[in-house]
Design a protein around this ligand. Structure first.
Ligand SMILES: [Zn+2]
Length: 295
C-alpha cells in the first residue's frame, strides 16, 4: 500500500503529495495521500483499516485513490475538492492479522498493556470524546478495550493531530469499516442526535442509494446514527471528529460482509465492492463541492 502511494507521488507530483502523519507502536509510517489541484479547497478526509481484521476497507480506500489519480475521466473530482486519504490506519494490527490464520480476526492495535498479558487497544474506542461513556471496556483482554487513557495509541493520536491541524479545510470525514452495509453518523456515545442529523441522514441516504443502484451484489445500505442503528460505542473517530474539530459531516461506513465470520468477502467480490462504494463517494464529493467550494 505504501509503495503504491509513493509511486503515485512520483508519477503525478502536480496533484499528489504523500506525508507520514506519524508512526505506529511498531514503528510503521502512517501514510496519508493528498490529492488535489489547490491546497485551499475544501477537503474530504478518509481513513480505512483502523480495525485490523476488516480487510475490505483498505482496498476501498485504495480504489478511491486509484480512480482519482489514475482514471483521467475523474479529473473533475479533485479540481474543487481535495482528498486526504489514509488507507491503513492500523498497519501493525493489519500485518498481525495477516501473519497466521490464528491471528486473522485481530482487531486492535499491537501496543502491549501494563498489568496485563493481553495486547492492544480498540483504536475506535480510544478517541477523547465521551471516552468510556458507553460500549467500551476497561479490560485489556476485551476486543473493545478503550485503552488506559484517551489517545494512548499513537495511531489515534496521529489522526487526531492531523485532523485538528486541518480542521478548517476538512468538511467531510469518512472512516471505512466492515461489516454490515451501514452508513453511520454520530453520535456513538448516546442515542441523542446531532444538530445536523437531517443533513447527515439525507446525504447518507443519497450515497447509499447510489451504491444500491450500481451494486451487482445487491448491496442495500441502512443509514442512521451509530447508537440507533448499531449500538452505543463511545470513543469512536467519527464522534471525535464531529464533537471536537467542528467538522460537520462525519461518517462511519460499514462495508459488505463476506465469508464465514463476515470479514472475508471472497476475492471475486473485492472489485464489485470497491467499485460500488466509489459511486457513493462521488455523491459525498458532489455535496462538498456544492456546499463549500468557492469556485
Ligand atoms: Zn470496525
Amino acid at each position: 500500500m505504501n509503495e503504491y502511494l509513493l509511486t503515485l507521488e512520483r508519477l503525478y507530483p502536480h496533484i499528489v503529495q504523500v506525508e507520514s502523519i506519524g508512526r505506529t507502536f511498531e514503528g510503521r509510517d502512517l501514510l496519508l495521500i493528498k490529492i488535489g489541484a489547490n491546497p485551499n479547497n475544501p477537503t474530504i478526509l478518509i481513513d480505512a483499516g483502523i480495525h485490523a481484521r476488516e480487510w475490505i476497507a483498505p482496498p476501498v480506500a485504495l480504489y478511491i485513490i486509484n480512480q482519482l489519480v489514475e482514471n483521467p475521466a475523474n479529473y473533475r473530482l479533485y479540481q474543487n475538492v481535495n482528498w486526504n486519504i489514509i488507507p491503513s490506519l492500523n498497519p501493525d494490527g493489519y500485518e498481525f492479522s495477516r501473519s497466521s490464520t490464528w491471528n486473522r480476526l485481530w482487531r486492535k492495535t499491537r501496543q502491549p498493556n501494563q498489568s496485563s498479558s493481553c495486547i492492544g487497544t480498540d483504536p475506535n474506542r480510544n478517541f477523547e470524546y465521551y471516552w468510556m461513556f458507553a460500549g467500551a471496556s476497561a479490560d485489556p483482554c476485551d476486543e473493545t478495550y478503550a485503552g488506559p487513557q484517551p489517545f494512548s495509541e499513537p495511531e489515534t493520536a496521529a489522526l487526531a493531530t492531523y485532523a485538528l491541524r486541518n480542521r478548517h479545510q476538512i468538511k467531510l470525514y469518512i472512516s471505512f469499516h466492515s461489516y454490515g452495509n451501514m452508513i453511520l453518523y454520530p453520535w456513538g456515545y448516546t442515542n441523542d442526535l446531532p444538530d445536523n442529523a437531517d443533513e447527515l441522514q439525507w446525504l447518507g441516504e443519497l450515497a447509499g442509494l447510489a451504491i444500491g443502484r450500481v451494486s451487482t451484489l445487491n448491496s442495500r445500505y441502512v443509514v442512521g446514527s451509530s447508537t440507533n442503528v448499531l449500538y452505543a460505542a463511545a470513543g469512536g473517530s467519527d464522534d471525535w471528529v464531529k464533537g471536537v474539530t467542528g467538522v460537520g459531516l462525519a461518517y462511519t461506513i460499514e462495508l459488505p460482509a463476506g465469508g464465514l465470520f463476515g470479514f472475508n468477502p471472497p476475492a471475486t467480490s473485492i472489485l464489485p465492492i470497491v467499485q460500488e462504494t466509489f459511486e457513493g463517494i462521488t455523491i459525498f464529493h458532489a455535496y462538498v463541492e456544492a456546499a463549500y467550494s468557492k469556485n
